[in-house]
Design a protein around this ligand. Structure first.
Ligand SMILES: [Zn+2]
Length: 350
């Protein structure tokens, strides 16, 4: 693979596919560019568990926690869908203010709406501040929601490794951490942000709502394709397997590994522990096959010809935005990398 620019190929392709679909919809219904705004299909909202709901259709999946203190949003979708996303959040949460955004990683289909969603929110601050919330001035609030992320997300958005243009300043994380874990307490439940140092990217976090018993996994876990590994952004197959194992550790099934903790993938459908176990097994099997071939001296072309993901291709290889060849190529490129730094600060608070 050639070194990717800031936005990896599969995100670009995803965005292009979304654009193509949007424009074909516009053509089908006979909209003209002169007389109508761009088509913005309504997003879907699904209650998941406890205080957490899932909003789909904005790009990557968006998890929304709504409670008495306000709203916490995990990821903000594509920039072009930000207004629709804010509308969906409002329908779900009424006039309760958006207090926090948490980014699972830096990709544009998960952070593109940061600027607008943050601007639509108000943060809680100590001291003598007041801000407009809906139609009233509220003491102890300031405009703009906090954006919480691992510092590698801030690095990727503010100074992209590939030298591309940085994301707009107002969409950068305002509250970053560098430890293995960050904890928050909001709307009456503990929330763990668990950093996975080298999985899909170098800045992935799993967002575990402990009271609602829901984990937003970001793109470390998806149900609509093979694991996405952005090697140029610090991802690796070892880190992907490790993050899937971490999800399995955190999740508690109700019975026979079914039900219980809900896991929200970065793309795709709501899952439980058993789904992740199956996915982890697939990732592990393909990794082992590619590693064995590479250790025998096989070139990437020879590994691709051996089809190490053969029996999984009907299920996961149909994703045009992240093909079997791209996945196997990323595994081949990263299979000799370690998963990342060993946890030394896990459990720290802020
Ligand atoms: Zn991603």
């Amino acid at each position: 693979m050639t070194p990717a620019p800031r936005v990896p190929a599969f995100v670009v392709i995803l965005a292009l596919v979304a654009t193509a679909i949007a424009s074909s919809v516009a053509t089908t219904v006979g909209l003209t560019a002169q007389s109508a705004p761009p088509a913005t299909p309504a997003l879907d909202t699904l209650p998941v568990h406890g205080q957490v709901s899932l909003i789909t259709g904005a790009g990557g999946n968006v998890a929304v926690q709504v409670g008495p203190q306000g709203v916490l949003v995990v990821d903000t979708g594509l920039e072009a869908r930000a207004d629709a996303l804010i509308g969906a959040i409002r329908r779900l949460a009424g006039d309760r203010p958006i207090r926090y955004i948490v980014n699972t990683h830096a990709h544009a289909d998960h952070t593109g709406g940061n600027l607008k969603v943050a601007a639509a929110g108000t943060q809680l601050v100590a001291g003598n501040f007041a801000a407009q919330v809906g139609d009233r001035a509220v003491q102890g609030a300031a405009p703009g929601a906090f954006i919480v992320a691992h510092e590698n997300v801030l690095n990727a958005l503010s100074a992209p490794k590939g030298g591309g243009a940085p994301a707009p300043f107002g969409g950068w994380p305002t509250d970053t951490f560098f430890q293995d874990e960050r904890t928050m307490y909001f709307n009456g439940e503990g929330i763990q942000l668990v950093h996975e140092p080298s999985a899909h990217t170098d800045g992935d976090v799993l967002v575990f709502f402990r009271g609602s018993d829901v984990i937003a996994a970001g793109d470390t876990y998806v149900t609509d394709g093979f694991p996405g590994i952005d090697v140029a952004a610090g991802g690796s197959i070892a880190g992907v397997v490790e993050s899937l194992n971490r999800l399995i550790d955190l999740a508690i099934s109700e019975q026979f590994t079914e039900g219980g903790t809900r896991i929200l993938p970065g793309h795709g459908r709501v899952s439980d522990e058993f789904d992740v176990v199956e996915y982890r097994d697939m990732a592990t099997i393909v990794r082992d096959r590619v590693r064995a071939l590479r250790q025998k001296g096989s070139t990437l072309a020879q590994v691709l010809a051996a089809r190490p993901a053969f029996e999984y291709e009907p299920r996961y290889g149909t994703n045009r935005a992240w093909t079997t060849e791209q996945f196997v190529g990323a595994v081949y490129a990263s299979v000799n990398q370690p998963a990342g730094t060993v946890s030394t600060t896990r459990g720290g608070n802020r």
